[in-house]
Design a protein around this ligand. Structure first.
Ligand code: HEM
Length: 424
């Protein structure tokens, strides 16, 4: 491992403290060392790459040289989930789960997405301050469980909320990164509660009549309960924690940019008025789509792709030897000054119709054969939920001092506190 020059080390430390996040340090390393560097920590020194060329290598052209499966808590939790398997096993699950998430199926989910949004906001009092991070999680959880497993978790939210947060915390970066065998008490009970909940759903369905959803696909394919649980937990975590972050960051950005917020409300009033938004091709809320894209650029919920290198790889003349950990950084790629003007600014117009970026310069959903299976679902959901919320409420940001926390996803901490007022 190359030692850092002292000035870069000093700047990285200052930036990390100022931003209250290691992302500050990574930005300094990227701008001063380049698109290839190694994190200089004694017991944890992954290689980090960014930029279109490296992303293309990791995701497409040399993807056979990297593996997903590793000894991290995420693999321990998700076991044989599609997210953490490789090779034929991965391809088998991927093929099985693609049909219910195909863009052509999204229209089936519109009513559920809108109804769950309204259900959560029906609890808000006019003028109340709510944490949009928490409210978004409720909405995203209700939607994912209803659309993919036909389960209404409204009454069960108090029962599953803490177990789900514990599961997310279990796979988030923490001291285990350095002290691999550090005991992690305090999780077992909650992870079992979550498992029990999922096994109960599977068992009920086996006795119930079939339903046209993802769970049924898994049952009909002959998977046993353990393998169904792995795919369900994968979709539950990957499919709601990301959407939660996207919704919360978007409202934070809108709250910090009132003029853009007002233009968006105007666009929605013009295009949908008081009727519920739809997923139809005829509805083209350009500014909303640009805002979602820009939110995903600045705060990609999955900010790095985590891989183990199985065969030596080369990036711009630098070697990453087999056996090492490699991160492709979505966050740093999205803030690369060579491809993005004023990369740290919120500027949705950069996605205006016709403006194009080089391939793999914008990768909020990863790419290649392991790109996000729920990309179309996640984008449709964000569009509908944001439109519905802005149609029914106005939002005023109360806490401007928000920083990006590196959890399982990139989260706005300490939350996005907003005063919500009913629109007349
Ligand atoms: C805003 C929403 C979302 C974002 C930003 C997002 C982002 C990503 C990214 C970047 C990857 C690739 C990770 C890598 O290369 O290491 C990924 C994979 C994945 N995502 Fe998403 N995701 C979102 C929504 C969803 C939804 C709604 C679902 C499920 C319904 C989902 C399920 C998955 C799964 C299962 C994978 C693994 C695919 C595979 O390995 O074949 N995601 N996601």
């Amino acid at each position: 491992m190359q030692p850092l020059d002292p000035e870069t080390g000093r700047l990285a430390l200052v930036s990390m403290l100022r931003e209250r996040s290691p992302l500050g340090a990574l930005k300094i390393l990227y701008s001063r060392v380049g698109r290839f560097f190694q994190i200089p920590m004694p017991a944890f020194h992954p290689f980090v790459v960014g930029g279109p060329q490296s992303n293309r290598k990791v995701l497409v052209t040399e993807r056979d040289k990297v593996k997903w499966r590793n000894a991290d808590p995420v693999t321990d939790l998700l076991r044989h989930g599609v997210l953490v398997t490789d090779g034929e096993e991965h391809d088998h699950y991927r093929k099985l789960m693609e049909p219910p998430l195909h863009p052509s199926k999204l229209n089936n989910y519109v009513q559920s997405m809108l109804a769950h949004t309204d259900r959560v906001t029906s609890q808000w009092r006019d003028g109340q301050v709510v944490d949009i991070l928490v409210e978004s999680r409720k909405i995203a959880l209700l939607i994912i469980m209803d659309t993919l497993f036909s389960v209404d978790v409204w009454d069960d939210l108090p029962r599953i909320w803490t177990p789900i947060l514990k599961a997310i915390n279990y796979i988030s970066p923490g001291p285990w990164i350095i002290w691999r065998n550090i005991p992690r008490p305090g999780y077992k009970k909650y992870l079992k509660q979550l498992d029990d909940y999922l096994y109960e759903i599977i068992s009920n369905r086996r006795e119930d009549s079939p339903k046209p959803d993802l769970l049924q696909h898994l049952i009909d394919a002959g998977l046993d309960d353990n393998h169904i649980r792995d795919q369900m937990l994968t979709m539950l975590i990957a499919g709601h924690d990301t959407s939660t972050a996207l919704l919360a960051w978007t409202f934070y950005l809108l709250g910090s940019h009132p003029q853009i917020h007002d233009r968006l409300v105007h666009e929605l009033d013009e295009s949908v008025g008081e009727t519920p938004p739809s997923a139809s091709a005829g509805w083209q809320p350009h500014l909303l789509d640009e805002i979602i894209k820009e939110s995903l650029r600045l705060y990609p919920p999955i900010h790095i792709g985590n891989r183990m290198v199985a065969e030596d790889m080369e990036f711009d003349g630098n070697c990453v030897p087999a056996g090492e950990r490699l991160f492709y950084s979505i966050y740093l790629t999205h803030r690369d000054a060579e491809h993005w003007e004023n990369p740290h600014d919120f500027h949705p117009e950069r996605f205006e119709h016709g403006r194009k970026q080089p391939p793999y310069a914008y990768v909020p959903f990863g790419g290649g054969p392991r790109g996000c299976i729920g990309a179309a679902f996640g984008q449709a959901e964000a569009r509908l939920v944001i439109a519905r919320l802005l149609q029914t409420f106005t939002f005023e940001l109360v806490n401007k001092n928000v920083h990006a926390h590196m959890g399982a996803t990139l989260e706005p901490r300490p939350g996005v506190m907003m005063r919500v007022s009913k629109r007349k």
